[in-house]
Design a protein around this ligand. Structure first.
Ligand code: OFO
Length: 175
């Protein structure tokens, strides 16, 4: 059973995951348009993952005997200055999502709803990984820079991350 407060928070999180997916899909389109196919692959794959997160919560609400409700989803920003600004935005967004996930887990704990608290642990771990990944790319941008061939190498790095994530996903679905 879900309390009205937890149900509201879970619905809000469904909405946020949907928004996250739209943000990354839009960023992927920007990157593709700039000829940054590695960044585009990384971001588009990330958009798909966010939809998976949305689905995970959606199904949890349904399995708990409630109807998930989709609210209005904000417009994803489409004006992006450059790759550095883009990944800074990814990092900031993920930090904001982490705060929401933590608040949801804490609310479940305070209500002694250990089933929802346990359900949220997957998201807590996922946010840790996603923040680390965004920081990692920002670090590479700092080291390599965007001048000259820098942008090309950053795009190559993003392509590697996209391929690595795809390999991890395939291994996880095979187990
Ligand atoms: Fe949904 O994983 Fe980050 O935002």
């Amino acid at each position: 059973m879900l309390s009205p407060k937890l149900l509201k928070l879970l619905n809000a999180q469904i909405n946020l995951e949907f928004f996250s997916s739209n943000i990354y899909l839009q960023m992927g389109a920007w990157a593709e348009n700039e000829g940054l196919v590695g960044c585009s692959a990384f971001l588009t794959k990330h958009a798909g993952e966010e939809m998976g997160h949305m689905r995970r919560i959606w199904n949890y609400v349904l399995e708990s005997g409630y109807m998930p409700v989709l609210g209005a989803i904000k417009e994803a920003p489409s004006k992006i200055k450059d790759v550095k600004a883009l990944f800074e935005e990814v990092y900031t967004h993920e930090q904001q999502v982490t705060a929401k996930i933590n608040a949801l887990a804490q609310a479940a704990f305070e209500e002694k709803d250990m089933i929802t608290f346990n359900f949220m642990q997957w998201f807590v771990a996922e946010q840790h990984e996603e923040e680390a990944l965004a920081r990692n790319i920002l670090d590479r941008i700092k080291i390599i820079g965007l001048d000259g061939k820098g942008l090309y190498f950053i795009d190559q790095e993003a392509a590697k991350f996209a391929a690595q994530g795809a390999a991890d996903g395939a291994a996880a679905s095979a187990t």
